[in-house]
Design a protein around this ligand. Structure first.
Ligand code: HEM
Ligand code: HEM
Ligand code: FE2
Length: 477
């Protein structure tokens, strides 16, 4: 059913995908709004004091980030599964039911974070309010719910993958999503030793974004290239397997770069330095993969005298190409900057980390997931060739410009902190404050806010495009 890529009509799996994408896009909006609140608080510390404190806004910002991405990742799998396997997703009714469980749980969790989270922590608060583990703060009842939902999702994927056609993409996804779901468990149990707690917490955070999610993105990129420009499956799947091997190789022990400061044994310095420094290599490979495959397909079409550039979905393709660049820059380059212990000694705990965090999450994941949303819009509206619209161009440019602008501002702020708080003042208490009270730092925070507003305006264009482009007559049907 390879020819069925572009029509989402009639597949329940694809319908479920669009539900997941809708919630994901909504949560992305919430993420950006809470980010704006936190950014305003950097500039005006009294803003919403004791109404929506920085701690709460920041927590909602980064938890919403993780949750919308997980929603979009599930959605993307439900979207591509019928195309890849040639059959309807097995047990799709369970998948649909669990979608509602997941969404309802998230809404409750967010309301609790917003309205009743401030106060002393106890055994009770771990179960019902939050666990206090950055990025994955969901309380334990929700953790258990999420685990059940994830198991249902993995079941859908495995049952369909085993019954239908087994492409390389589906095989990689099956292994990868099992690891992805399994790792979540390592962030769930309680220990009163903060080093032990942090040790396992990184198994979720690092092994998600630098191993399982990266492999996932490789699979999506492969699917996208086949769907949008008719790349040869053999070529893209070969690259995919190479990347899987490389990413798991460097990504797993690369985790050592989080074990410099938390009380883990010192041999992690060397392990972390070596393996995490190798991590950019698979990202370079991925980058070359996307551009090389594209060039190759175009060259072949040219040689056969066909018209080049039959990109079947321009906005999605734009986001996929942005992903290749963004992943390489945000994760590869900005990650490499601070990954050696000699450098991390100065950069740890500065805005530099935040610069990397923003560009990496955006470049490696937000981009390709937005691209998948465009593929779904194309499919559900039965569009043959989807073009850019004014709103998609404004949306893309402002979001990318805004995030790059924020990254530059944060990098400058981090540099000031490294110079003043660390190099000059030797990481003292006074140095901490001096680093943040200078003009360069505070102007960088102003610019981060301005660029955050640009990002948010771009998001509004994106949503306008999502809601209207399906019916826009510019596309070829
Ligand atoms: C898409 C992949 C990646 C994402 C989404 C990502 C995201 C992040 C985030 C959010 C943090 C801050 C964590 C915290 O709150 O403490 C972080 C820390 C870090 N990342 Fe990445 N990262 C990625 C890939 C990489 C790569 C490939 C490298 C190395 C080459 C790297 C090196 C580091 C280091 C060294 C830290 C610790 C900084 C510190 O605590 O001083 N990251 N990353
Ligand atoms: C409207 C745009 C945005 C604004 C104003 C904003 C603002 C902020 C602020 C103020 C923080 C807290 C930083 C701190 O603790 O010092 C933060 C953290 C973070 N944001 Fe954003 N953000 C925005 C968009 C995004 C996007 C698009 C992403 C990724 C896709 C993202 C990912 C993150 C991450 C990973 C962190 C934690 C970083 C760390 O602790 O190292 N943000 N953001
Ligand atoms: Fe890491």
């Amino acid at each position: 059913m390879a020819s069925n890529h572009l029509t989402g009509v009639g597949s329940e799996s694809k319908q479920l995908a669009t539900w997941y994408f809708t919630v994901a896009a909504t949560l992305l909006g919430a993420q950006l709004l809470f980010g704006l609140v936190a950014a305003i608080q950097y500039v005006m510390p009294g803003f919403l004091f004791e109404i929506l404190d920085f701690s709460v806004a920041r927590m909602l910002h980064i938890n919403a980030l993780v949750v919308w991405m997980v929603f979009a990742m599930f959605g993307a799998v439900y979207w591509l599964l019928p195309d890849e396997t040639g059959i309807e997703t097995v047990g799709i009714k369970i998948g649909k039911l669990l979608f509602f469980v997941f969404t309802a749980a998230i809404v409750v969790v967010v309301l609790v974070y917003l309205f009743i989270q401030v106060g002393p922590a106890s055994e009770m608060s771990i179960w019902f309010i939050h666990e206090g583990r950055e990025y994955i703060e969901a309380p334990r009842w929700a953790d258990i719910g999420i685990t059940v939902v994830a198991l249902g999702f993995v079941f859908n994927l495995f049952a369909t993958g085993m019954k239908g056609k087994q492409t390389g993409i589906v095989t990689v996804l099956m292994a990868d999503m099992l690891a992805f779901a399994g790792l979540y468990l390592t962030g769930m149990f309680f220990t009163d030793n903060i080093s032990v707690d942090q040790f396992w917490w990184w198994w979720v955070i690092h092994l998600w974004v630098e191993a399982t999610w990266e492999v996932y993105v490789g699979a999506l990129a492969a699917y996208g290239l086949i769907t949008m420009i008719g790349a040869h499956r053999k070529t893209v799947e070969m690259w995919l397997w190479i990347e899987v091997a490389m990413l798991f190789g460097s990504g797993i022990l690369g985790m050592g770069h989080h074990y410099f400061w938390i009380g883990t044994p010192e041999y992690w310095w060397e392990i972390g330095a070596l393996f995490s420094a190798l991590e950019p290599l698979p990202l370079v490979a991925m980058f070359i993969h996307v551009l090389y495959d594209w060039g190759k397909t175009q060259g072949e079409q040219d040689a056969q005298g066909q018209e080049m550039s039959v990109i079947r979905n321009k906005p999605a393709f734009t986001w996929f190409v942005l992903n290749a660049f963004g992943n390489f820059l945000g994760a590869g380059i900005w990650g490499f900057f601070h990954t050696l212990p000699q450098v991390n000694l100065y950069t740890h705990g500065t805005q530099f980390t935040s610069a990397h965090g923003h560009l990496a999450f955006f470049g490696a994941y937000a981009t390709i997931l937005i691209g998948m949303m465009y593929l779904a819009i194309q499919g559900t509206n039965g569009i043959k060739i989807m073009k850019n619209t004014r709103a998609s161009i404004w949306g893309t440019s402002m979001i990318v410009g805004g995030v790059v602008g924020m990254t530059v501002s944060l990098t400058i702020a981090g540099y000031v902190q490294v110079l003043i708080s660390r190099a000059q003042m030797g990481a003292t208490w006074a140095g901490y404050f001096d680093g943040q009270s200078g003009m360069w730092f505070s102007q960088a925070m102003d610019w981060r806010l301005i660029m955050g507003v640009v990002t948010f305006l771009g998001f509004l264009f994106l949503i306008k495009d999502f809601l209207t482009t399906g019916k826009n007559p510019v596309h070829e049907r």
